[in-house]
Design a protein around this ligand. Structure first.
Ligand code: IMP
Length: 201
């Protein structure tokens, strides 16, 4: 029998190894995580909606249509106050189609050069499509500041320039456990996991 029929197996729409590792560290041990990549789905999953929630739903639904299993997807945006919420839903392609984290950070630091208001937030939407095809969305966010320079090498994406509220350390200067204690994704996951726990018989 195919192991993905186990009720606690969840399929996640991503091929980002850093993100998959982070999500594995957030899920309780009674859930098995399979990535779309594990199931041989290697094409780029469409994310053309204009909101984080819309993109997360689009990705989870796409995967559900292919697998008929419980699937979830997340979409994250960095919303910078002085940029009126940009790059937001366009965070991955902020500096162009290459999706280069280094280029995105360089562009962000350049746009904020000399700007005193460094307030920003990360926001994550998680969309979950159950085995029955019902869709649910969960959200998490963390407020903070954009640093004036690159700080640390851990994590991924914009981590080296994001200082979570009240700390002078960037996400890229923390252990994964410390990032998980306060991150946007961890908070969205808490809501998602609470929901999963209520679904158990
Ligand atoms: P995605 O929705 O996960 O593809 O992320 C959109 C953009 O935000 C990409 O540029 C990611 O690198 C970035 N991003 C997502 N999550 C995080 C995070 O936890 N820390 C820093 N950057 C992130």
């Amino acid at each position: 029998m195919n192991p993905i029929t186990t009720t606690n197996t969840l399929v996640f729409a991503s091929s980002n190894a850093n993100k998959i590792a982070e999500i594995k560290s957030l899920l309780p041990s009674n859930f098995q995580l399979l990535s779309s990549h594990d199931l041989g789905i290697n094409e780029e999953i469409p994310e053309t909606a204009d909101t984080l929630e819309g993109n997360a739903l689009m990705k989870a639904q796409y995967l559900f249509d292919k697998t008929s299993k419980s699937c979830f997807a997340d979409d994250t945006g960095l919303e910078v106050m002085a940029l009126n919420g940009r790059p937001g839903v366009f965070s991955a392609r902020y500096a162009g189609p290459e999706r280069s984290a280094q280029m995105n950070i360089e562009k962000l630091l350049h746009e904020l050069d000399g700007v005193l208001d460094r307030r920003a937030q990360f926001r994550t939407a998680i969309a979950f499509v159950t085995e029955k095809g019902d869709a649910h969305v969960f959200e998490g966010k963390v407020e903070g500041l954009i640093s004036t320079k690159w700080l640390g090498n851990a994590g991924f994406g914009y981590d080296p320039v994001f200082l979570p509220e009240g700390l002078s350390q960037s996400f890229a200067e923390m252990t994964l456990a410390d990032k998980n204690a306060r991150s946007h994704r961890a908070r969205a996951f808490e809501a998602f996991i609470r929901f999963l726990e209520t679904q158990k018989n």
